[in-house]
Design a binder for this molecule. Sequence first.
Ligand code: HAM
Length: 415
Amino acid sequence: MITQRPKGTQDWYGEYMHKRTIIEAVARKICKAYNIKEIITPAFEHTILFQRGVGETTDVVQKEMYTFDDKGGRSITLKPEGTAGAVRAYLENGLFAESQPTKLFYITQAFRYENPQSGRLRQHHQFGVEIFGSSSPLAEVELITLLNDFMKELGLKGAKLHINSIGCKSCRRTYNEALLSYLEVHKEKMCPTCRERMLKNPLRVIDCKVPTCKEIVKDAPRTIDYLDDECKNHFEELKSLLADLGIDYEVDTGIVRGLDYYTKTVFEFVNADGFTLCGGGRYDNLIHEIDEKQDIPAVGFGFGIERIINELAAEGVSLKPEEPVDLYVGILGKEARTAAYRLVSNLRRKGIIVETDYLERSVKAQMKYANKIGARRAVIIGSEELANNKAFLKDMQTGEQTQVELDGLAEHIVK
Ligand code: HAM
């Protein structure tokens, strides 16, 4: 037990960590081009934020949250997603008083007590973007374009955009009535959670993962048929913007998203196996629900980093490998230690990747090690080399040796 990590968690190291580093760097690069600023919010928040934000009747709140009382008796929850915390921060720090829109991105861990399987973890990581202050479908387009640019830069080609509209509060009222009448007929076959939550929030049944509920939902009324004029126009405008920009999409009336805050547009990027890689949408009421003094529209998405890594493998995309060690500096004899180490430090300060010996190994063992770690070149420094300011620089691939001046060593290290 003591040497075993908790179920549904992962250690990040080696190649897997390297992929994450690249993904995060690409995310930051793309967000920079879109003038989206980074935000980091706490790993935990007051439980009520998620109950209110994500919704009492969602699977996330009902079944999946890591909630506990802290030593001061406050109910605390490890964040199951990034949006609620970003909204709380936007409100608490008065960002709404600055020129709008506010565009924020985050790279965060998220915790959900789910049944661990491929692509479903208890601690996962998301790259997310939230745009506050725009009710225009151009804001959705901005996110979708950003996601396309992000995936393209990573080399992913297999994800398809699925969109739907679930309408606003008023469309939801008419839709809920229709859905409830449909569900009433089938309720005997529904799971106990859905039988209970259909009365409070029938839309959540559409999203249930239990097979019998999934079967019932197939023929249920569709949100898209119950949109009022404003929501219908918003959806039509979004579709024509996407078409005009040449962005492929599919209207998928089955998408309702598992979190309660969505209004109007919902969207997902789905891979060739129908697995959701990324999800998001508009949430025009959430800010008001958290702070009734504010009424600000918003859109956003969350992209699972582990799912990106799985998708890269599934599509056979290899990312740029880790940079090799430019130079191994071997040390011959204790007398050479300080001067050699000074040389190593100077080279590193010039941006050269340098490895050296601090296990006090023999020269032979040091060269073996240099070879093992894939160092591109090696040099051995002893008192003789220091006295003459000259040493042999070895190309580890060809075995070729060139005599170089130690003072000018950096010039010989071509990246
Ligand atoms: P979500 O669909 O619950 O939405 O999660 C977003 C993405 O996080 C998913 O598409 C998936 O890639 C990843 N993800 C979710 N749960 C897991 C898990 N258990 N294991 C691995 N990956 C997972 C949200 O969280 C919203 N906050 C997205 C959003 C932002 N909507 C508006 N703004």
